[in-house]
Design a protein around this ligand. Structure first.
Ligand code: RTP
Ligand code: MG
Length: 141
């Protein structure tokens, strides 16, 4: 019985700016997941309103959207056995200061005083979110 999933991963603007896109892709591939789609994209307010709909109204929402518009993001669809949970493990805790060593955020995330926001990557958190988010970023998939 296989449980092959797809997940939406974003290398956020801080990761692209710092030249870490390749390092994130390397870790995804080293784990054994395949890349189903990869595209450098500049987000729009419309895309982000959909992508972050669950956070609308929270205090960090406005700054988060502004940050996500500050430069291109690498949008990636990954595929593999239980890759939704698996990528969240690779990414580590939301706050890079608290994220474990060995994780993307724990190894590479820096505390800029905005650490919880500039945490390098996004990964879908459920099968429902993954399907919804892949549809937002890759209308052709
Ligand atoms: P992501 O969605 O990016 O994979 O991260 P996550 O599930 O670990 O975190 P989530 O709760 O979904 O929050 C989405 C993103 O919003 C920013 N954030 N800032 N307190 C804050 O200032 C705060 N909390 C969250 C982060 O960029 C987080 O990844
Ligand atoms: Mg999330």
């Amino acid at each position: 019985m296989t449980d092959v999933q797809r997940s939406l991963v974003l290398v956020k603007p801080d990761g692209v700016r710092r030249g870490l896109s390749g390092e994130v892709l390397r870790r995804i591939e080293a784990k054994g997941y395949t890349l189903a789609a990869v595209e450098l994209r500049t987000a729009t307010p419309e895309i982000l309103a959909e992508h972050y709909a669950e956070h609308e109204g929270k205090p960090f929402y406005g700054p988060l959207v502004e940050f996500m518009l500050s430069g291109p993001v690498l949008a990636v669809v990954i595929e593999g056995q239980r890759c939704i949970e698996g990528f969240r493990s690779l990414a580590g805790a939301t706050d890079p200061t608290a994220a474990a060593p060995g994780t993307i955020r724990g190894d590479l995330g820096r505390d800029w005083g905005l650490a919880v926001q500039q945490n390098l990557v996004h990964g879908s958190d459920s099968e429902e979110s993954a399907a919804r988010e892949i549809g937002i970023w890759f209308t052709e998939l």
